[in-house]
Write a protein that binds this ligand. Structure first.
Ligand code: BG6
Length: 487
């Protein structure tokens, strides 16, 4: 009963939100280095130069226009540049993860740290060495690295010069990057994921494209799918011990009520995310998507053998992030609230955090069931957590009971999925196990960690690390393999 032996408890981070050192050690600029800070009410912006050299700012859902190039404004604050500075604190941080008893640690490799422009044949050795040292340090404590090869970032040069993933050459550049990771970290890393939240790759910052119409997006995504499948195949050839998974943002969605129209609409809504799993787990484009392409005049240009590559390069496991669920309705006047990268219809049965994200632990069990029923592949909850404002008391303590309550409720439901529903679950890595920059808002005040980092929304702070109340709680959870969730 309970979680299986060897269940991988840990925590999750991403280079662009945690690592910092944005130009240290020969790193090149990434698209995410040109995204400003923001807040719950003020959106983050992309700074860029138009084809005529004019400096402009747009929100991430606005197109940059042909010929645009990313631009880092020296007078602007960009949260990714220092982030919470893992680059200079990795030993200290890993020691804290080890103290909590982590079995795994999820992190991403910044593509532009290994390949500053993206199109080089050989990597930047200083960058290769940085991650090698980090992986060795993790291994010292028996912590299994869980590595995301791409967490939203792309070398800015590839976006500037080639329109990012729209250019077929980027497939080869990415696979070369993956080849270097697999060969240079062989024996240190066996757990990999290709693209973080692949269903949220849609704009300049993630896909590197300058226009966002369906034709552009799906052609670019086709290249991402091919790159992912080639990466899976390559990972297996380089080391048969490698397990290479996909990663999707997966919150289940409920029809608003038993009105058949709402139910049908919900099927369509689920297809939006299932598409990404269908291609990566089944190895081909599903009919509902092909019909949509036909209706909308989207034509995917494929190269010979692309279909075979997709079919052969299906993933070994599904990693997914889960924060909340959604509701589908045919009504146009439904009240909405914020969610992960999109607005959701308000669910009267749920409470929400300060950013409007609705809290639904049972939804996690449902998500686990849905994914396992559909694909029968091992699952990994690689992100989950509560973004909240923490208060540092006068004595330095941080009493984040709300975070403990959130995580405990989700672990309970995960346990039911394993014990009662028989879902094959590999592990659990709550998001932002150490405080880091919010992807959505660029804020620091939206914290997820067990470890507090002294840094504010303007990038001011000592970067000092301190333990929150949840630190000792999670340590106990791990030591009891998820049995003891008490405070
Ligand atoms: C996921 C991303 O969308 O959610 C992370 O993979 C992100 O990068 C996390 O940080 C939480 O979102 P936010 O906006 O609260 O940082």
């Amino acid at each position: 009963m309970g979680f299986p032996e060897g269940f991988l408890w840990g925590g999750a981070t991403a280079a662009n939100q945690y690592e910092g050192g944005y130009l240290d050690g020969g790193k090149g600029l990434s698209t995410l280095d040109a995204i400003t800070g923001g807040s719950h009410t003020v959106p983050r912006k992309i700074s860029f130069k138009t084809a005529d050299g004019e400096i402009k700012y747009v929100t991430r859902d606005q197109e940059l226009g042909k010929g645009a190039t990313g631009y880092v404004d020296p007078d602007q604050y960009y949260p990714s540049h220092v982030a919470t500075d893992f680059y200079h604190h990795w030993k200290e941080d890993i020691a804290l993860f080890a103290e909590m008893g982590f079995k795994t640690f999820r992190m991403s490799i910044a593509w532009s740290r290994l390949f500053p422009r993206g199109d080089e044949k050989e990597p930047n050795e200083e960058g290769v060495k940085f991650y090698e040292d980090v992986f060795k340090e993790l291994r010292k404590y028996d912590i299994e690295p869980l590595v995301t090869l791409n967490h939203f970032d792309m070398p800015m040069y590839l976006a500037d010069e080639m329109d990012g993933w729209l250019d077929r050459r980027v497939v080869d550049y990415f696979v070369n990057f993956a080849r270097v990771c697999f060969t240079r970290y062989k024996g240190l890393v066996t757990l990999w994921k290709t693209f973080n939240e692949i269903n949220f790759m849609r704009a300049w910052n993630t896909l590197g494209t300058k226009t966002y119409d369906d034709q552009t997006r799906y052609q670019a995504l086709h290249h991402v799918f091919v790159a992912s499948a080639k990466t899976v195949l390559l990972g297996h050839v380089i080391d048969p011990h490698n397990s290479v998974g996909m990663m999707i943002a997966y919150g289940t969605s409920y029809p608003e009520d038993c009105n058949p129209d709402n139910y049908m609409k919900n099927i369509e809504e689920m297809h939006v995310k299932q598409f990404f799993c269908d291609v990566q787990c089944r190895g081909y484009y599903p009919n509902y998507k092909l019909k949509e392409f036909e209706r909308n005049g989207v034509v995917i240009k494929k190269e010979e053998f692309d279909d075979e590559i997709l079919l052969d390069g299906t993933v070994d496991f599904i990693g997914f992030s889960y924060y909340s669920s959604g509701i589908t309705t045919t009504r146009t006047d439904a009240e909405t609230t914020d969610g992960n990268q999109r607005r959701n219809v308000k669910n009267p049965h749920l409470k929400a955090n300060d950013w409007g994200w609705q809290i639904d632990p049972v939804g996690l069990r449902i998500a686990l069931n849905e994914l396992y029923d559909r694909y029968e592949l091992p699952l990994f909850v690689v992100e989950n957590g509560l973004g909240a404002i923490d208060t540092v008391e006068e004595d330095g303590s941080i009493n984040d009971d709300y975070r403990i309550d959130y995580l405990a409720a989700h672990i309970e439901e995960m346990k039911k999925a394993v014990e009662i529903d028989g879902v094959d679950l590999m592990g659990y890595t709550p998001w932002g196990c150490i405080d880091l920059v919010s992807a959505g808002t660029g804020e620091m005040r939206k914290r997820y960690g067990f470890i507090y980092v002294d840094m504010d929304d303007e990038g001011k702070g000592t970067l000092k690390r301190s333990k929150k109340k949840s630190f000792d709680w999670y340590k106990k959870v791990i030591a009891s393999n998820g049995e003891d969730l008490s405070k």
